[in-house]
Unconditional design. Structure first.
Length: 166
């Protein structure tokens, strides 16, 4: 039998005191908490400490999309880089994103959730200005759920949302 190195699995992350137990109890609650944390009107600071409490320290935020020259690329950001990039835009703009459909798969202590989203500039906008899919990779450490990674891609004319994600 193959023996893994002693540190192969790393160590269990310490439970952060600022993680509300209700936020990390289920896969649904942790994803809802993430959506709630980035939403708000222009000028309102977002709940960055709440986001930090949901994510592993090594968590990545990965944006996938078309580059200016037309090729596909991605930008991988750790949580501090994501906050640094998004904070000025979110402060300048109203942004309300909500989940409209979910496909979840689980095995043991891991979960993969495809969360279809709609984004609006105001909570009462009748139509979204953007839609897409957030891919959440989650881990349960025996006490709570953690966001390991979030990868997303916006819908586009050449890449419409398929019916199974609506």
């Amino acid at each position: 039998m193959l023996k893994m190195p002693d540190d192969f699995y790393g160590t269990a992350p310490a439970l952060k005191a600022d993680a509300a137990p209700a936020d990390v109890e289920t896969t649904q609650s942790i994803i809802e908490a993430m959506y709630e944390s980035i939403c708000g009107p222009a000028g309102q600071p977002r709940r960055w400490n709440r986001i930090r409490s949901l994510c592993l320290p090594q968590a990545c935020f990965i944006r996938v999309g078309k580059l200016p020259e037309g090729t596909l690329g991605c930008k991988v950001m750790r949580t501090p880089e994501y906050i640094e990039q998004m904070e000025p835009w979110l402060l300048a703009n109203g942004f309300y994103e909500k989940e409209v459909h979910r496909v979840e798969e689980r095995f043991g202590n891991i979960a993969q959730v495809f969360s279809t989203y709609e984004s609006r500039r105001s909570a009462d906008d009748p139509e979204p200005f953007m839609r897409g899919v957030n891919s959440f990779q989650l881990m349960h450490d025996g006490r709570r759920w953690w966001i390991v990674n979030v990868m997303w891609q916006h819908e586009s004319p050449e890449n419409p949302l398929p019916p199974k994600y609506l």
